[in-house]
Design a protein. Sequence first.
Length: 498
Amino acid sequence: MADTIVPLAELARRRSLGEAPAAGGCRAPAGGRAGGCGSTAAPADMPPAVWEKVKRHPCYSVEAHHFFARMHVAVAPRCNIQCNYCNRKYDCANESRPGVVSERMTPEQAERKVLAVAARMPQLSVVGIAGPGDALANAAATFETCDRIAQQLPDVALCLSTNGLALSEHVDAIKARNISHVTITMNAIDPEIAAKIYAWVVIDRKRYDGVDAARLLIERQLDGLKRAVAAGLLVKVNSVMIPGINDQHLREVNAEVRRHGAFLHNIMPLISDPAHGTRFGLDGQRGPNAAELKTLQDSLSGGAKLMKHCRQCRADAIGLLGNDCGQEFNMAKIEPAAVADDPGTRQAYRAFVDEEQVQRNEASARAARTLRTATGAAPMLVAVCTKGGGRINQHFGHAREFQIFEADRDGVRLVGHRRTQHYCQGGDGNDDVLDRTIEALDGVSAVLCARIGSCPKDQLTAAGIRAVDDYAFEYIETAVAALFREEAARDVAPARTA
Ligand code: CLF
Ligand code: SF4
């Protein structure tokens, strides 16, 4: 665990090189300036007090997710409901989906682990409890863990995720502990639809099934949402998009959660694989493809704000979103005695990010000017290889995911991500991986990366995807805007591009 905390001088050097300010051992992920949360100043539609809660939370702010890390501590094994997409028995170190965890821990172990991570990762800004079961079905362990962390790291925000069944009764305890962010997973507000998603719920040791169970769950979720908002908690609603079951209905869910004061709505694709042993997986229920998810998200403008950069994290995920390094911190690697915290490294890192964001704001203004000069171009999707910091700073062959940006004359927006595997393996390119990558980039016009070899570049070109490394180490937004203008110039008569 040497070379753990990144010194500020090193961060400044990396910035001058356009590299990500990543913590030791973990590569940083990607992002872009998107949506209403991408500014260092409080956006016009957000009170300053809310912005204070949002600006360093990687899930609540797309801008923050370039720079700040969350960690989950898996202290909540039990659940009080059964979703048809969940099987917590299945684990795989490479698996990234909610409910998956390699080891469960006690509150005391969680405290030691958080201190160990904080010592290596100045980016850490949020500790969340997201399972592997339900945080509030394990309220005692959840709250003891939060108390221990608040005592040790008062500048790190506390966040929890719940199915909402037991939220109402715990709102006061959440508020008293200064847990600032709560996520409720709500997949339906119609009991008939919800009954197709949940097998049962348990309330006061009594089990309910079918539509009765669904109705009770929905009532409690909405009541918990209202109470949490009234208590001043920042509430996000997660919904799993399940084609043929709730995909159309999620429009109503979006409107309803907005009406009840949810700050964000995060619509996630169903992950369904028979190997996971879930009811949906075994029944052959498919998840939505990227285009279906985007179509639904696009149809929801005007409802609750949407989160589009979720990575459907494991319940023991650690690091910047999309770059889980939880395996580097399993309990066998954590010292038996808690390490002392040094908040100065986090403060220095946050000051560094504040400076960097001033430069990004300037870049954002340049990008907006560039876009205004691109007349007549159709919107385009661009895939970006990045290790974080909002820059194009990763080789194509090293990417494990692509950030997907949409560009049009109105702006450059992060609209999602597509997963892949390293194309470059031991110095050689893997053609099977490249074929799958090309498939994953369906609908994308161009890839921006720090470098790419001629072989994958030619194959991408043959598939109709331009691979461009001319913008290496530039800010993503300015590069995508410049590429959009290039494309516009290709598409229209020369006279219009002057
Ligand atoms: Fe964790 Fe969730 Fe808090 Fe974030 S995750 S408890 S709000 S700190 Fe984030 Fe992960 Fe998506 Fe969740 S990317 S699955 S939305
Ligand atoms: Fe699994 Fe979470 Fe559903 Fe419980 S609420 S069954 S842990 S997905």
